[in-house]
Write a protein that binds this ligand. Sequence first.
Ligand SMILES: Cc1ncc(COP(=O)(O)O)c(C=O)c1O
Length: 393
Amino acid sequence: MASGTKFVGATPIPFHRACLGEEEVAAVSEVIRSGWLTMGPKTFEFEAQFAKYVGARHAVAVCSGTAALHLALDAIGLKPDEEVLIPTTTFTATGEVVKYFGARPVLIDVNPVSLNIDVSAIEGAISARTRAIIPVHMAGQPCDMNELREIARARGLHVVEDAAHALPAEYEGRRIGCISELTAFSFYATKTLTTGEGGMLTTDSDEYAARMRVMRLHGISGDAWKRYGKNGSWFYEVVEAGYKYNPTDLQSALGLVQLTKCDASNDARRRIAGRYSAAFGDIGAFEPPITNPGRTSAWHLYILRLRLERLRIGRNAFIEQLKERGIGTSVHFIPLHLHPFYQRAYGYKKGDFPVAEAEFERCISLPIYPSLTDVDVERVIKNVKEIAIDAAR
Ligand SMILES: Cc1ncc(COP(=O)(O)O)c(C=O)c1O
């Protein structure tokens, strides 16, 4: 750190800190003491509570959000040489799961305000091979689900929602998780509900749920818990070549406790977002995030856009200065078409998606989590403002 920088003496504010308490410690301890660590009663209870929470008929727990997306595409029977439309502004998991099938992720530019898939660009990207759309609710703000569902209906496509950021979020009064045929959540360490690593699929389809339950555990009929339980039997059959995607009961015990805190944690995030936006809204160098009407955001991320034309420094220098002042930030996301893999495998190049590139160049994700204190929030605001004032043109 350069001498004379401003966080000497002050505790750094990390970009993220998982908010776990003694309740989680007790829940995990109980599982350890029970003697049954892998998928079992806690997982089935977590699934039931989660399904109820989002309003879906079924919830199927898995070991990651990536596994959830993979099993969702397996459920719809994605085939090699088919295509799946995804936004370029997302984490690579959204695209890599399409590649698992030998199918092709077809990238789409994003809406400059929401950073979600640009619905007006979808029709032009549909081909005879298009099978599905994976909308990603960036930062927790729901996509244009009515428009997406209408396109999907008219063109006979599946919709698999990537809701890694979207617990709990609502679209026209309905929770994300009960709108499309399949929705995939992530419980990765930084997510709004965390089990360290983990994920969940929700669906109203009995058929999809049954398939996903079999495929998450090696393609065997009946799970280990049932085999080893009091009334269980040693017998099982392998009916498919499945995956090892089940969660453990340690993770599910964490998830059950975290789920009870979900609403309060969302309120805390919304309050922090409100304070940031009130502070940054009247400063010319900033463009705070907007939640579109009829939606509520999970506020997984608070993405502040810089108006670079009003500043003498770029986004990277802005982040460096915040770091020197002890404030952790991140960037979501480097668009997929700028990564070597997507360029090499599919021929994408810089310039292909101008909106995603322009927004990427000017976005900063600020700390937003329930354990951020009022003093922390004030410190973030003060430092962000000071840097902008110092660097104003
Ligand atoms: C948009 C998006 N989709 C999918 C994933 C994958 O989730 P996981 O890390 O739980 O596999 C993530 C993040 O981690 C993500 O941000």
